[in-house]
Write a new protein. Structure first.
Lengths: 520, 534
C-alpha cells in the first residue's frame, strides 16, 4: 500500500472540509467563483471515492484502507480510526457522485453563494466521515456534522410552499371541513428537520454512552467499534442490555432513515430545501440512518437486533405502503418525490429487517440506487421549477414538448423508482423481496402491493405532467441547461449500468453483508 | 506554628501581589490621564495581565505547596485557573474598550475594578480554607457589584445592581452562617481537615447538616443554580453588556473553581458519605438543566436568553461535580474542560453581541434580523458560538459535552447524562431562533429618512469621525446583486480589538473542538493536583 492508499479515507473527509474552510476566504460578491471552487473540490472527492470503490479488494474482504490516528489518550481513549468495508465502499461512492452532482446543479444559487457552498461541502465531509469512522465518538461527531448545516441550507436558500384552499380533498373526495389555504414557510421545514434529527441523535448519544459504560466491566471502557464488536462476539453484552439499547439505535438512526412514524420531517424538509440540498439529503443523508442501524445496531448488538427485527419489518412495510399512499395524494411535485423517498427507504428498512443475506444486499443496493434516482428526480424537478415557478402537477402539463431532456431524465428516474427491469431499482427491490419472501411472507406481499402503488403514482405523474397536452402558457420554456443535461445524463447512465450489470456492486456489497450476517 | 512557617514561601504569592499593585497603579494613573486617552488604561491593563500570566507560568510550573499553614494552595490547579482567569480578563477588557468609551463614565475605575476581580478569582482557585475562600469570593463580588451599576444613567442598570447587592449580601450572609455552623460543630475550617473530621465523625449532627446546607445554598446563589437563580436574568439584563459577559463567564468559572476544590478536598475523600451527598448535587443539576433551558425558550432579550442558557450550562457542570471520585479523573477533567470550552464559546458570542450593540444600541433578539447581510462576520461568529453552545460539532461545545456526559454516565448516572442531552436539544431550539433572525429574516427596513438622529446613524458618524472605516466594502455590490427591494443598512465594521477577540475565540472554538488533546493534558495535570489532595 502506498501512502495515498493509506490516507485516502482521511482525504475524503478532509478535502471537502478544507474546501469549505478555504471557500470562506473567497470574495463575497462573485458567486461563480464559489461555484467553480466547489466543483473543483467535489471533483477531487469524486475521484477519491471512485478510487476507493475500485480499489476495494472484494476478494480479500473485511475492512480495508485502515488507518488509525491517535486523538485522545487516557482516560477517554478515542482514536480517529478509519476503515471501509464493502457496504461503506458503495456508499462512499454514492456520496462522491451525489455531492458532485449537487454542486453542479447549484449553479443557480447566486444569493450568498459562498456561504451555501461552505455549508454544502461541510455536509459532504460529515457524510463521508460517518461511512468510514470506526469509533463511536467520531461516527457520532460526523453524524452531527452532517446534520448541522441543514438548518441554514434550507432556511436561507429554500423555498416556502403555499397550499391552496381547493387542496382540501382526499382522492377527489371533499373533506367535511375547510382548512383554507395555508403557508408552510421554509423555516418550518428547516426547524422541523433539525429538531427531529437532533432529537434522534439524543437517543443515539444515550445508546453510545450506554455501550461505553457497559464495556467498562471488561477492562477499560471504550468507544472503539472494533473492540466493542469483539466484546459483543464474546457475549459480553447481556440480552437484556441488548434489548433496551438496540431500539435506541434503531429509532435514533431510523429517524434519519425516514422510519415511520418518525418520517414527517423528511417530505417537509425535502420540499423546502433548495435543489442541490434535496439531492444530497434524500440521496445520501437518509442513507446514513440505515447505515447506522447496520453498522452500529446490528454489528454491535446482534441479539438485540434479532429481537427487534419483527418490529422493524412491520415499520418498514408501513413505510413502503404508507409512503406510496401519501405520495398518491400529493399535488406538489416535490412532495410526491419526498413521500416516494419515504416509501423507498421502506424497502431499505425491510431489507435490513429480513436478516437474510440477499435481503440485506438488496437493502444496500437499494440505498445506492435510490440515492442516484431520487437525486436525479430532485435535480430535474429543480430545473422545471426554476423555469415554471410551479410545482403543482394539476397545473404543469405536457412538459415533454418543451423540456425534452429534463422530462426524459425524470421519466427514466421515475421508471427506475417503480422498478422497471433493466434499471437499478428493479435489481435492488427484487433482492429485497426475495429476502422478505424467505423470512416474512405476508409483509413481502404487502411490499409488492406497495410497489404497485408506486407504479400508479409515477405513471399518473408521467402521463399528466410530462406526456399530456401542453398548456400554451408553457410555450416559452427553455430546456435543461448544459450543466443539468450533464448531471441528468450521467445519473441515467449509472441507473442503467447498475440495472444491467449489478455485479460490480453486488460483489463488493456481498463481502460486507456476509461479515455482518456471520454474526447471526 | 511558628512565623517562619508563615513567611517561608511567601514569594510564591508574587503574581498576586503584583496584580494587586498593578490594579492600584491603574487607579492612580486614572487621575492623571485626560478623558480622551482613558483607552490607554484598558490597553495597559491587558499588557499587565499578560505579563502577570507569563510571570505566573515562569515561576509556578511544577510547584505544589501550601501557604499560610494551609490556607492557600499554590499548585498546578491554581496555576491553571490563574492563567485561565487572566485570559478571560484580557478578552473581556479587549472587548469592552469601545463599549466603555461609548457608554460609560469613569473608565479608569472600570479597569481597576476588573483587575481586582481577577485577583479575587485567582485567590478563589487557590484557597483551601472556608474563610479565605469567603474573603476571596467577596473581593470578586464587591468588584462586580460596582461594575453592574456602572451605567449610571440607566434605571435598569441601577435596579440590577441593587438586586445584585441585596441578593449577593444575603447569600454571603447565608454562606458565612453556614461556615460558622460547620466550624462550631467540627472545630476546623480547612477543607482537608473537614474531610478528616467527617471521616471519623460517627453521626452527622443536625447543626452540621444545617451548616452544610447553608453553604450549598450560599454557593448556589453565586453559581446561579436553580433554585437559587432568580437574580441572574434581571442582573444580566441590567448590567452593561461586557459585565454581563464577565458575570456569565468569569464569575461562574471562579465559583466552580472554588466548589471543585472544596468538594475534592473535603467531601469526595469521605467515600461512604459522598455517595449520599452526590444526590444533592444531582438534584440541583437536573433542576438547573431543566429550568434554565425551558425558561430560555420564552425569552425575547438576548441578555436574558444568555442568562437562562447559562443557568442550563451550570446544570451540566454541576452534573460533572456530582460525579467526582477518587479513583477516576474523568469527572474533574470534564468539569474543567467544560468550563474552558464554555468560556471560550461564550466569549465569542458576547464579544460579537458587544460589537453589535456598539453599532446599534440594540439588544433584543428581533433586532438581529438580517445581520448576515448587514455584518456577515458578526453573524457567523454568533451562529458558530450558538451552535457550539448547543453542542454541535466541529465546535468545542460538542467535545466538552461529550467528555462531560461520558464522565457522568460512567459514574452510573446514565439517566442524568440522558437528561443533559435532551435539554441540549431544547437549547438548540432557542439558539436556532436567534440564528434564524440573523440569517433568514430580512433586515428591518432602513430607518425613516429625515436626519441621522437615530442611534445607528449616530454611531456610524462617530466611528467615521475617528478614522475607522465604516462598512463600505462589498455590501453595496451584493445588495445590487439580489433582492434590490430589501434595503438594509450595513453596520460599521467593529474595532480591531473586538475583531481580534472574536477571531481568536473562533479559532479556539474550532481548534479545541477538533483537537483538544494539548489542552486536556493541562486540564489533567490540574485535576490531578486537586483530586489527590494537598
Amino acid at each position: 500500500m502506498n501512502s495515498f492508499d493509506q490516507s485516502a479515507l482521511l482525504l475524503t473527509i478532509l478535502v471537502p472540509l478544507a474546501g469549505a474552510v478555504l471557500s470562506m476566504f473567497l470574495p463575497r460578491n462573485r458567486p461563480n467563483d464559489a461555484w467553480y471552487f466547489a466543483i473543483f473540490v467535489s471533483a477531487i472527492t469524486l475521484v477519491i471515492s471512485l478510487f476507493l470503490f475500485v480499489g476495494y479488494d472484494f476478494a480479500a474482504g473485511g475492512y480495508q484502507f485502515v488507518r488509525v490516528y491517535e486523538w485522545l489518550d487516557e482516560p477517554l481513549n478515542i482514536d480517529l480510526h478509519l476503515a471501509m468495508d464493502g457496504i461503506a465502499a458503495t456508499l462512499v461512492l454514492l456520496n462522491g457522485i451525489v455531492l458532485f452532482g449537487a454542486v453542479l446543479i447549484s449553479q443557480t444559487i447566486k444569493h450568498r453563494s459562498r456561504d451555501f457552498f461552505v455549508l454544502l461541502l461541510a455536509l459532504g465531509s460529515g457524510v463521508f466521515g460517518v461511512f468510514v469512522a470506526q469509533d463511536l465518538f467520531f461516527l457520532f461527531f460526523f453524524y452531527e456534522l452532517a446534520v448541522l448545516p441543514m438548518y441554514l441550507l434550507i432556511g436561507v436558500w429554500g423555498s416556502s410552499t403555499i397550499f391552496e384552499a381547493d387542496r382540501q380533498r382526499l382522492w377527489g373526495i371533499p373533506l367535511p371541513f375547510d382548512l383554507g389555504s395555508y403557508n408552510r414557510p421554509k423555516e418550518y421545514g428547516a426547524m422541523k428537520l433539525m429538531l427531529v434529527l437532533v432529537g434522534g441523535s439524543v437517543l443515539i448519544w444515550v445508546g453510545i454512552l450506554a455501550m461505553y459504560v457497559a464495556s467498562d466491566q471488561f477492562g477499560s471502557p471504550t468507544f472503539s467499534m472494533q473492540i466493542l464488536g469483539e466484546l459483543s462476539k464474546e457475549g459480553a453484552f447481556s440480552p437484556t442490555f441488548q434489548n433496551w439499547v438496540f431500539p435506541l439505535f434503531m429509532i435514533g438512526f431510523g429517524v434519519l432513515a425516514g422510519l415511520w412514524p418518525f418520517h414527517t420531517w423528511s417530505p417537509d424538509g425535502h420540499v423546502a430545501a433548495p435543489t442541490g440540498v434535496s439531492m444530497l439529503h434524500a440521496g445520501v443523508l437518509m442513507k446514513l440512518g440505515a447505515f447506522g442501524i447496520i453498522r452500529v445496531g446490528m454489528v454491535l448488538l446482534p441479539e438485540g437486533a434479532e429481537a427487534w427485527m419483527p418490529v422493524l419489518i412491520v415499520l418498514g412495510t408501513v413505510n413502503v405502503v404508507y409512503g406510496a399512499i401519501s405520495a398518491m395524494s400529493q399535488r406538489d411535485l416535490k412532495y410526491i418525490i419526498g413521500y416516494s423517498s419515504v416509501s423507498h427507504m421502506g424497502y431499505v428498512i425491510m431489507g435490513i429487517a429480513t436478516l437474510h443475506p440477499v435481503g440485506l444486499t438488496g437493502a444496500v443496493l437499494q440505498m445506492f440506487s435510490h440515492g442516484i434516482m431520487t437525486a436525479l428526480m430532485f435535480a430535474m424537478v429543480g430545473a422545471i421549477y426554476e423555469r415554471t415557478h410551479v410545482r403543482d402537477i394539476t397545473i404543469l402539463n405536457g412538459l415533454m414538448k418543451r423540456m425534452g431532456f429534463a422530462s426524459f431524465f425524470f421519466a427514466i428516474a421515475g421508471l427506475a423508482s417503480l422498478g422497471l427491469p433493466g434499471l437499478s431499482g428493479f435489481v435492488a427491490e427484487f433482492m429485497v423481496f426475495t429476502g422478505a419472501f424467505k423470512t416474512y411472507l405476508p409483509f413481502a406481499i404487502l411490499a409488492v402491493i406497495g410497489a404497485a402503488l408506486t407504479a400508479i403514482y409515477i405513471l399518473r405523474l408521467l402521463a399528466r405532467t410530462f406526456f399530456g397536452e401542453a398548456d400554451p402558457r408553457w410555450e416559452g420554456l427553455t430546456d435543461a441547461s448544459p450543466v443539468e443535461k450533464t448531471v441528468g445524463a450521467a445519473f441515467v447512465l449509472i441507473l442503467l449500468f447498475v440495472g444491467v450489470w449489478p455485479a460490480p456492486f453486488t460483489r463488493v456489497i456481498n463481502v460486507g453483508v456476509d461479515s455482518v450476517m456471520s454474526l447471526f | 506554628m511558628s512565623t517562619e512557617n508563615l513567611t517561608a514561601n511567601l514569594y510564591l504569592l508574587t503574581p498576586e501581589f503584583v496584580l494587586a499593585g498593578f490594579a492600584l497603579l491603574v487607579f492612580v494613573l486614572d487621575l492623571f490621564l485626560p478623558d480622551e486617552r482613558k483607552d490607554l488604561l484598558g490597553w495597559l491593563s491587558v499588557l499587565g495581565l499578560i505579563g502577570i500570566a507569563i510571570l505566573s507560568i515562569a515561576m509556578l510550573v511544577g510547584v505544589d505547596e501550601s501557604l499560610y499553614n494551609g490556607l492557600l494552595a499554590v499548585d498546578e490547579y491554581a496555576l491553571f485557573f490563574k492563567v485561565f482567569f487572566i485570559g478571560i480578563g484580557v478578552f473581556v477588557i479587549l472587548s469592552s474598550i469601545d463599549y466603555v468609551r461609548q457608554y460609560l463614565n469613569h473608565p479608569g475605575e472600570f479597569y481597576g475594578l476588573l483587575l481586582f476581580s481577577v485577583l479575587g478569582m485567582n485567590l478563589m482557585a487557590m484557597s483551601r480554607e472556608l474563610l479565605t475562600a469567603y474573603i476571596s469570593l467577596e473581593l470578586l463580588s464587591f468588584s462586580l457589584y460596582v461594575m453592574v451599576a456602572y451605567a449610571l444613567g440607566s434605571p435598569k442598570s441601577n435596579e440590577a445592581s441593587l438586586k445584585y447587592i441585596i441578593i449577593g449580601a444575603v447569600s454571603s450572609a447565608i454562606l458565612l452562617y453556614g461556615i460558622s455552623m460547620v466550624y462550631s460543630t467540627l472545630g476546623v475550617t480547612r477543607f482537608a481537615d473537614i474531610g478528616e473530621e467527617l471521616k471519623v465523625a460517627g453521626d452527622v449532627s443536625p447543626a452540621l447538616w444545617a451548616g452544610l446546607a447553608l453553604i450549598v445554598a450560599g454557593l448556589g446563589f453565586k453559581l446561579a443554580a436553580v433554585p437559587f437563580h432568580m437574580w441572574a436574568p434581571d442582573v444580566y439584563e441590567g448590567a452593561p453588556l461586557p459585565i454581563t459577559a464577565y458575570l456569565a463567564i468569569a464569575s461562574k468559572a471562579a465559583a466552580f473553581a472554588l466548589v471543585l476544590r472544596l468538594l475534592a478536598e473535603a467531601f469526595v475523600p469521605v467515600a461512604d458519605r459522598w455517595d449520599q451527598w452526590q444526590i444533592i448535587l444531582v438534584v440541583l443539576s437536573a433542576l438547573s438543566m431543566l429550568v434554565g433551558n425551558l425558561v430560555a425558550l420564552a425569552q425575547r432579550n438576548l441578555k436574558r436568553l444568555m442568562a437562562y442558557s447559562s443557568v442550563g450550562h451550570v446544570g451540566y457542570i454541576l452534573a460533572g461535580t456530582a460525579v467526582l471520585s477518587t479513583d477516576s479523573l474523568l469527572g474533574a477533567n470534564g468539569v474543567i474542560f467544560y468550563l474552558v470550552g464554555y468560556s471560550v464559546t461564550s466569549m465569542v458570542v458576547f464579544a460579537a453581541l458587544i460589537a453589535f450593540f456598539n453599532a446599534t444600541g440594540q439588544e433584543e433578539i428581533v433586532d438581529l434580523a438580517g445581520l448576515a447581510d448587514r455584518q456577515p462576520f458578526l453573524a457567523m461568529a454568533i451562529a458558530i458560538g450558538l451552535f457550539s453552545l448547543s453542542g454541535l460539532p466541529i465546535f468545542v461545545g460538542f467535545t466538552i459535552k461529550f467528555y462531560l456526559f461520558t464522565a457522568v454516565a460512567n459514574e452510573g448516572y446514565l439517566w442524568l447524562a440522558g437528561l443533559a442531552i435532551l435539554t441540549s436539544l431544547i437549547s438548540l431550539y432557542y439558539y436556532l431562533q436567534v440564528i434564524r433572525q440573523m440569517y433568514i429574516q430580512p433586515a428591518l427596513a432602513a430607518p425613516a429618512e429625515g436626519g441621522g438622529d437615530s442611534s445607528g446613524d449616530a454611531v456610524v458618524d462617530e466611528t467615521e469621525a475617528e478614522g475607522i472605516p465604516a462598512g463600505v466594502d462589498e455590501h453595496t455590490h451584493t445588495a445590487a446583486h439580489h433582492e434590490p427591494s430589501s434595503e438594509y443598512v450595513p453596520l460599521p465594521r467593529p474595532s480591531v480589538a473586538l475583531i481580534a477577540v472574536v477571531f481568536l475565540g473562533l479559532v479556539a472554538t474550532v481548534g479545541l473542538g477538533v483537537y483538544p488533546a494539548p489542552l486536556l493534558e493541562l486540564v489533567e495535570s490540574a485535576s490531578a493536583a486537586v483530586m489527590q489532595g494537598g
